[in-house]
Design a protein around this ligand. Sequence first.
Ligand code: HEC
Ligand code: HEC
Length: 291
Amino acid sequence: MFPKMLKWAGIAILGLISLLLIVFGVFYYVYSTHVNKSYAVEVRSIPVPGDSATIAAGAHLYAIKGCGDCHGADLGGKVFLDDPAVGFFAGANLTGGQGGRPTGYTDTDWLRAMRHGLRTDNKTLLLMPSYEYAKLSDHDIAALVAFCKAQPAVDRTLPPMKTGPVGKVLAVLGKVPLFPAEKIDHGYQQPDKMPVTVTKEYGEYLSVSCTGCHNPRFTGGESPIPGGKRVSNITAAGNLGKWTAGEFITALRTGKTPEGLQLKNKDMPWSMTAQYTDEELQALFLYLKSL
Ligand code: HEC
Ligand code: HEC
C-alpha cells in the first residue's frame, strides 16, 4: 500500500515538473520571437545642428526625460536593475569611449534608437523607453542627439544584459515594457517644433513622460515596476483636482504634496520633475487638470 502511494506521488511530481518545463519552454520560445523580430522602418532623416543653443536645449531634455537614470549623468551607462529572477539591465554607454556606442553610429542610428526603439540591425532594443520619445518634435529629438554627441568620451564597458526567467514571463505577458519597438507607431509624423507656451497642448506633449507609470489615461494603478508602489491618479478626479498651480509646482519640485505626503524619489521621480521649467510645469498642470 505505502510503496504504491509513493510511486504515484513520484509520478505526480515528475508530471508536474515536466509540465512546468514545457510551460517555461513555451515562454522562452515566445520571448525569442519578440527579440528576433526584424522591423522594416523608414527612419526619416532630419538635420542635427551642433550649435550651443541646440546642445543646451538637449541638455535640458536629457534631464527632464530622465535619460540619466539609466544612462548616467555622464552618459557612460549604468546598471539600473540587477536581480537574478528578473534580469540584469544596464543603460548603454552612449559616448564614443571604450564600451560606448558602436563605431560609425550615424545620426540615423540615433534616430532609429530613440524614435523607433530599434538597434542598428532593426531588432528591438530592450527596456529603452523609446515609446516616450517617439513623438518628440524634430527640434527636440535633434537637440537630444546633438547634446549626446557633444559629450566627452567615457570608457566603461558594461556586462551584457540578460533577461531572467521571471523577466521573460513578465515580458511575454506584457507586464513589463521590455520591447519598445512593439509599442511605437512607426509611421507617425512628428511636428517640426512645439511652441513653448503655457497651454494645454504643450502640457499634453510633455505629459507623455508621465504615462509610463501613471498610464496613458493618467488614472494610475498598479506599478509598472515589479513590486513598485501603487501609482496615483493625476487627473482632476484625484488630489490634483483640488490643487493650485503653485501647489502642483511645489509637489513636483520637492515631493511635498498639499495633503502633507512626502513622495519618495524612488517611487515618484521628483528629482527629475524638479528640473522642468515653471512654464513647463504650468502647462502640464493645465493639461492634467483638464482631464
Ligand atoms: C528606463 C531606462 C532608460 C531610459 C530612461 C533611457 N534609456 Fe536609452 N537605453 C536603455 C537601455 C537598457 C538601452 C540598451 C538597450 C539594448 O541594448 O537592448 C538603451 C539604449 C539607448 C540607445 C541605443 C544605444 C546603442 O548603442 O544601441 C540610445 C541612443 C539611447 N538609449 C538614448 C537614450 C536617451 C537620449 C534617453 C532619454 C531621452 C534614454 N535613452 C532614456 C535604457 C533607458
Ligand atoms: C517612475 C514612475 C513615475 C513617473 C515617471 C511619474 N510618476 Fe508621478 N507618481 C508615481 C508614483 C508611484 C506616485 C505615488 C507615490 C506615493 O503614493 O508615494 C506618484 C505620484 C504623483 C503625484 C502625487 C499625486 C497625489 O495625489 O499625491 C503627482 C502630482 C505626480 N505623481 C505627477 C507626475 C507627473 C506630472 C509626471 C510626469 C512629468 C510623473 N508623475 C511621472 C510614479 C511616477
